[in-house]
Design a protein around this ligand. Sequence first.
Ligand SMILES: NC(=O)c1ccc[n+]([C@@H]2O[C@H](COP(=O)([O-])OP(=O)(O)OC[C@H]3O[C@@H](n4cnc5c(N)ncnc54)[C@H](O)[C@@H]3O)[C@@H](O)[C@H]2O)c1
Length: 269
Amino acid sequence: MTHPLFSLKGRVALVSGTAQGMGRAMAIGFAEAGADVMICDINTDGLQATAKHIEGLGRRVVPVTCDITNVEQIRAMFAQLDREFGKIDILANVAGPGKLKQPEDISLEEMQTTIHGLIIARFCACQEAGRRMLAAGKGSIINFSSIGGVTALGRGNFAYSVGMGGVAQMTRELSTEWSGRGVRVNAILPAQVMNPGLEDRMKVDPNLESMFLRGIPIGRLGQPDDVKGLAIFLASDASAWITGAIIPMDGGNLAQNAGGTAGPRKAAN
Ligand SMILES: NC(=O)c1ccc[n+]([C@@H]2O[C@H](COP(=O)([O-])OP(=O)(O)OC[C@H]3O[C@@H](n4cnc5c(N)ncnc54)[C@H](O)[C@@H]3O)[C@@H](O)[C@H]2O)c1
């Protein structure tokens, strides 16, 4: 029998980036633990497939096609959440843009788009959920940052790392402001977890996987389902005294302090 502290029965969760990857795994994990879910993504077909899977688990699911970098669409989604469920217990901010470009080459517009998508837009979702959770006196917010949010990665991850650093700090600040009123805010920091984008990059650069693995003592890359247990823990009463935590899910990467996994360096001019 599952321990009752981990039960999400009667809870409502909103999860972004649910057509694939860790967002999909989290939404399914929450449903398996008993929650009803609103799920969103820009990929409507993938979203519907995830919704079908969750329906098969006997949970209520409302899929919403939403671009989570667009604050008007975020607010409209929360208005729909009010109509459909009338409450929110768990918010998981998973989807977020990335841009691979060297700091000397990236345009200010590209910087702005990434920072907007990772910090401003995610804050908008935190604010919408936070207002509702504070009124109810309870809730759990889970923000996705990255190992790049607390250590420098190099390899052109500049805008992404700067944005994810903001997400980590936003998590600490929101937790400090809100946890005394019942709203816990935590962040998950993955290292390399398999997704189609990473697969493509590994096909183009056959050395990439072994380079990543040098920074992952556990000896394998992550899989989307690796996030399920941690996500259910953070969403549930099992983590009632855990807030403001910036939690690596990284196969040991940060413990080894290998975030910037040394690759070949170009000689400086
Ligand atoms: N995979 C990794 O190695 C890794 C490492 C560190 C951090 N992260 C972060 O974790 C999160 C999830 O990563 P993943 O690998 O599971 O992703 P993924 O690429 O497998 O899936 C991302 C999902 O988000 C959706 N999406 C993208 N832009 C969106 C938008 N503007 N609005 C709504 N939906 C959108 C996509 O359609 C897709 O379904 C991301 O924020 C990512 O930056 C991932």
